[in-house]
Design a protein around this ligand. Structure first.
Ligand code: PEP
Ligand code: MG
Length: 587
């Protein structure tokens, strides 16, 4: 038994499928003589495709961001064009009869050991460039996350170092029942993706790839953050029973998708979905979400092989709006930096404090052309949606000062004027702020005078309040949404918004956690945005209590001075209110 971080609740039993950080096809298959030519052709085609991608990237990035950023891709193209690079690959395929994927892996390993010996920062950076080129090539030669499910029995548990967004996109195609990662925490990509799919997951399990081999039987307990490797039959059957209960509960809850969300005394609630792509938007509708509370547009950039241009973005936003007919769709502008990086924005891993650094709206402000492309695409998609355009809203991440909101308004106005001059249809939409920086919480009253709506990003708000990086396993135990200081800050923000009559949503992960949900309800919050998979259980929980009950529970919870006290008390309350939902809470 191994312990990691519980990030997506539920229990799953399945066959381990280990994927290397980059390469899926790492079993060193020997090619037959007559396969060599087609493998060489596979590599050549991949090289042509990558060359075209890099050329496209260089042009778009130069136009949207500037020459210095565009040059990164010229460097990548020159690495790709280096005859020595390709010669080694060709030789390995031709002489040693290894697959193109295995040859690329070998090349990367060779470079890694070469560069490992250097302390020179500049050379290390060059390795990052080479790695990027190899990753692009490997994505074309090996089918990422297409496990040989035909040779592996039963449902799969994916075991990986870190789930890449590009891999996650293809997750929907195979029967993945559980996810285990070596890196990551509650708020990493893998965790967010697992929750949005309702897949039990454990992150931060150090050495997972060392201890687990493809084909092992695994149990993933996403409530406790525990993974069992080849457990004895009696343990396995106990977990299989829990897994059946989990499925049963999910089915039962999904049946409430068409019921309106309300407390037992009829107080209406708005349950919205956090989404990363169009597949999530469809899942949201299937789970009974009445709109999109948060569309994280950075995934558009992270999963796109080049920079999505205005028309590509317009298509993507239009697709999301169309898949949520008649509902509100809140689109958040690029929130890159911190844990998510995009090299073409000149963003590197060099910052000493990335979460306190150049991320999010701060980065968008410094790339006005790039930012403008995104705003224009969103405003046009809102316009194209016609009558439904009143439902599109624009949300800006990491707002820290009132001045930033004024600046956002000016930039949006300029984008609208541009579209008007060009005769392109668009719609004006409400502009809102993510409240995730403590300074903004402190000055909430002034902020409310200049924004149309507020969305609390509690994932970030918690890490900034506690001064503890949410992705650093050494300190993220401090990031507790149920801690007394966090609860006090949230309560004051909710009261201020309600008093000013400004629409307010909370879109951090805590919105979908049963204990936190009860407390937020008690504080007067009525709009919650969460991973789609949590909507049915939150809706069910709401029917077990009145708004007054929630208030009484909140008052009692606020008397505790420790997180452990609040958690214990809330677990008891939940046990009394809806014991069957305990299976869906993480520790
Ligand atoms: C948050 O910070 O709570 C949030 C919803 O945004 P993200 O997790 O994408 O930073
Ligand atoms: Mg955030």
């Amino acid at each position: 038994m191994r312990k990691g971080v519980a990030v997506s609740p539920g229990v799953a039993v399945g066959t381990a499928y280990c994927i290397d950080e980059i390469f899926v096809d790492h079993d060193a298959k020997q090619l037959a003589e007559d396969e060599v030519a087609s493998e060489l052709a596979l590599y050549e085609t991949a090289r042509d495709k990558v060359a075209a991608e890099l050329h496209n990237l260089e042009q778009k990035v130069t136009a949207q961001v500037g020459e210095a950023a565009g040059r990164i891709f010229a460097v990548h193209a020159s690495i790709l064009a280096d005859p020595a690079f390709t010669k080694r690959i060709r030789n390995w395929i031709g002489d040693e009869k290894v697959t193109a994927a295995a040859a690329l892996q070998r090349l990367l390993n060779d470079y890694a050991s070469l560069f490992a010996r250097t302390k020179d920062e500049y050379l290390r950076e060059r390795f990052t460039d080479i790695r990027d080129v190899v990753m692009r090539l490997s994505a074309h030669v090996s089918e990422v996350l297409k496990p040989q499910s035909h040779v592996l029995p039963g449902p799969l548990i994916v075991v990986t170092d870190e789930l890449l967004p590009s891999q996650a996109v293809t997750l929907g195609n195979v029967d993945v029942r559980g996810i285990v990662t070596q890196a990551g925490s509650q708020t990493s990509h893998a965790a967010i993706i697992a929750r949005s799919r309702g897949i039990p997951a454990v992150c931060g399990l150090r050495g997972a790839l060392k201890h687990v081999t493809t084909g092992d039987t695994l149990v993933v307990d996403g409530r406790e953050g525990v993974v069992l490797i080849n457990p004895p039959p009696e343990t396995l059957s106990a977990y299989r029973k829990l897994e059946r209960e989990f499925f049963h509960l999910k089915d039962q809850l999904a049946a409430n998708r068409d019921h309106a969300a309300a407390t037992s005394d009829g107080v209406a609630l708005e349950l919205l979905a956090n989404i990363n792509n169009a597949a999530d938007a469809r899942a949201a509708t299937a789970m009974g979400a009445t709109g999109i509370g948060l569309f994280r547009t950075e995934y558009l950039y992270l999963t796109h092989p080049t920079v999505p241009d205005e028309d590509e973005q317009f298509q993507a936003y239009s697709e999301i709006i169309a898949s949520s007919p008649g509902h509100r769709v809140t689109i958040r502008t690029l929130d890159i930096g911190g844990d998510k990086t995009v090299p073409y924005l000149g963003h590197t891993h060099q910052e000493a404090n990335p979460f306190l650094g150049w991320r999010s709206i701060r980065l968008s402000f410094e790339h006005p052309d790039f930012f403008n492309v995104q705003l224009r695409a969103i405003l046009r998609a809102a316009g194209a949606a016609g009558e439904k355009s009143g439902n599109v809203r624009l949300l800006f991440p990491m707002i820290t000062t009132v001045e930033e909101i004024h600046k956002v308004r000016r930039i949006v106005r300029r984008a609208e004027q541009q579209l008007q001059r060009e005769g392109k249809p668009y719609a004006s939409v409400p502009l809102g702020m993510m409240l995730e920086v403590p300074a903004a919480a402190v000055s909430i009253r002034a902020m409310l005078r200049v924004v149309d709506f507020v969305s609390v990003g509690s994932n970030d708000l918690v890490q900034y309040l506690m001064a503890a990086d949410r992705d650093n396993p050494k300190v993220n135990h401090l990031c507790q949404p149920l801690s007394p200081p966090v609860l006090r800050v949230l309560y004051s923000v909710i009261k201020a918004c309600n008093k000013a009559g400004k629409p307010l949503t909370l879109c951090g992960e805590m919105a979908g956690q049963p204990r936190a949900f009860v407390l937020l309800l008690g504080m007067g919050l009525r709009s919650f945005s969460m991973s789609p998979a949590f909507i049915p259980s939150v809706k069910e929980l709401a029917t077990h209590l009145t708004a007054k009950d929630a208030q009484t529970i909140l008052k009692r919870a606020l008397r505790f001075s420790t997180t452990a006290g609040v958690k214990r008390f809330m677990s008891e309350q939940l046990q009394q209110l809806a014991p069957n939902l305990a299976l869906l809470e993480t520790t």
